[in-house]
Design a protein around this ligand. Structure first.
Ligand SMILES: Cc1cc2nc3c(=O)[nH]c(=O)nc-3n(C[C@H](O)[C@H](O)[C@H](O)COP(=O)(O)OP(=O)(O)OC[C@H]3O[C@@H](n4cnc5c(N)ncnc54)[C@H](O)[C@@H]3O)c2cc1C
Length: 408
């Protein structure tokens, strides 16, 4: 079969590798001059490739049952074995984030490039696909007028063109109108995994500091979602995984008044058990807070909780301790907005997962068309989950095409 994979990013590369196994003729298109341009910048160029606790429950999508079936079809351990077989051994950090042993996204891309060439995948780079039409027995791909061929016919197509995040790296979302014309639903795309713009008020004083916090987004009293992770106070609000994991909620409900509630004690609950906390606080409140926070933050938190700076050297009463901890557990900051696609690692929105098969990622509306990676409306948190989804969805599509070619 002649197979076109549109998009040489994480999902497209893995689709092409799996599809090319049984003699399929696979062409991998990208309008970038090289493959894996976005992969190169992932994980601060170390490529945070997967996560030890990745599971169906890690993701937000239209149907949890779909995601469970998807992970049954290709369990996480299988992807890790595949990476090893491809020549990309991985290791886990203490918090379960997987990286390649090389700690180099460049190495990952070079290895994948060599694997693609070894399997005979034709690389059609610097080639933009502008349209996709159904034809008798397959699809016609259309290219801009400057290309030598304006149209080419393929039996099957894998659409792996990404979403809209970081458009400078190639994903512009230009093929979503084509999918809509072909009959697919397209949930409007919004930035996800990006910084949050919040009214910091007096918390401006914490600019430049980072904390491990519990974070949750509220619409009135309704909690829309919660996360835990590192956050950094910046001039315009908050950055870091703890809030990036929630930014898609704010983006999808941008017309509503939303609050971010931070729990600065979340990471220290065992140290803050009643007896421990009383013992520690019996000395000096600043020394007590310095166990958990930088001194600048400790002073700020005492003032914020209404415990005078003059009291710094006197032990806290039991009431004051409770007041301090209650204040630190529920710092509420109004959310003003989110940052643009240019500053977000992912886009939420795209085709709902319910319109593709969970075993193969083949469209249930258009047989022979496969949709993978960020083209689908799936949001995973920071920590390797989104590459894991891109690699797995691409592999499932490619394996189905390999099975078809083998007549299985
Ligand atoms: C700065 C940054 C850091 C990140 N870090 C991590 C991380 O450490 N771990 C993690 O799990 N996730 C990370 N992500 C998210 C991860 O990169 C994406 O989830 C993943 O790349 C999605 O893969 P994809 O194949 O769907 O799309 P992409 O990787 O975006 O690939 C799509 C490809 O399609 C091409 N294309 C688009 N339209 C066309 C067209 N019309 N014609 C031809 N080609 C086209 C594009 O040029 C692009 O190469 C990060 C993202 C960013 C932006």
């Amino acid at each position: 079969m002649e197979i076109a994979v549109v998009g040489a990013g994480a999902s497209g590369i893995f689709a092409a590798l799996a599809a090319a196994q049984t003699g399929n003729r696979v062409t991998l298109f990208d309008h970038n001059a090289e493959i894996g341009k976005k992969l190169l910048v992932t994980g601060s160029s170390r490529c945070n490739i997967s996560n030890a606790i990745v599971s169906a429950e890690s993701y937000v999508c239209a149907d949890e049952r779909w995601m469970r079936a998807f992970f049954q079809a290709y369990p996480p351990a299988r992807l890790r074995s595949l990476l090893d077989a491809l020549g990309i051994p991985i290791y886990s950090t203490a918090d379960g984030w997987y990286y390649p042993l090389s700690n180099s996204a460049h190495s990952v891309v070079e290895i994948l490039r060599a694997d693609l060439l070894a399997r005979g995948v034709a690389l059609a780079l610097s080639t933009q696909v502008v349209d996709l039409r159904r034809e008798e027995g397959g699809f016609a791909l259309r290219f801009p007028s400057g290309e030598p061929a304006r149209e080419r016919f393929f039996d099957k197509v894998v659409l792996a063109a990404g979403g809209k995040a970081y458009p400078s790296l190639g994903s512009l979302g230009e093929l979503f109108p084509v999918l809509a014309r072909l009959g697919h639903s397209v949930v409007p795309l919004v930035p996800a995994l990006g910084p949050l713009v919040v009214a910091l008020g007096k918390f401006q004083d914490l600019r430049g500091l980072r904390f491990d916090v519990g974070a949750a987004v509220y619409a009135g009293k309704q909690c829309l979602g919660a996360s835990y992770g590192n956050v950094i106070f910046t001039a315009r609000g908050l950055n870091g995984p703890g809030v990036m994991n929630l930014s898609h909620l704010a983006a999808r409900r941008s017309q509503e008044k939303l609050n971010l509630v931070l729990d600065f004690c979340f990471a220290f609950e065992s140290e803050l058990s009643d007896e421990n906390a009383k013992l520690a606080a019996s000395k000096n409140p600043l020394v007590f807070l310095n166990r958990f926070f930088p001194p600048k933050a400790s002073r700020f938190f005492l003032e914020y909780a209404g415990i005078g700076v003059g009291q710094e050297n006197e032990p806290l009463t039991s009431d004051e301790l409770q007041k301090l901890l209650a204040a630190l557990r529920s710092v509420t900051l109004p959310i003003l907005g989110i940052r643009s696609f240019d500053e977000s690692q992912l886009s939420a929105g795209g085709v709902p997962v319910t319109e593709v098969s969970p075993d193969t990622c083949e469209s249930t509306l258009i047989p022979g068309l496969y949709l993978v990676g960020e083209t689908l409306d799936v949001v995973g948190p920071c920590g390797g989950y989104n590459l894991h989804f891109a690699f797995t969805s691409g592999t499932l599509a490619g394996l189905d095409l390999a099975r078809l070619a083998a007549g299985l």
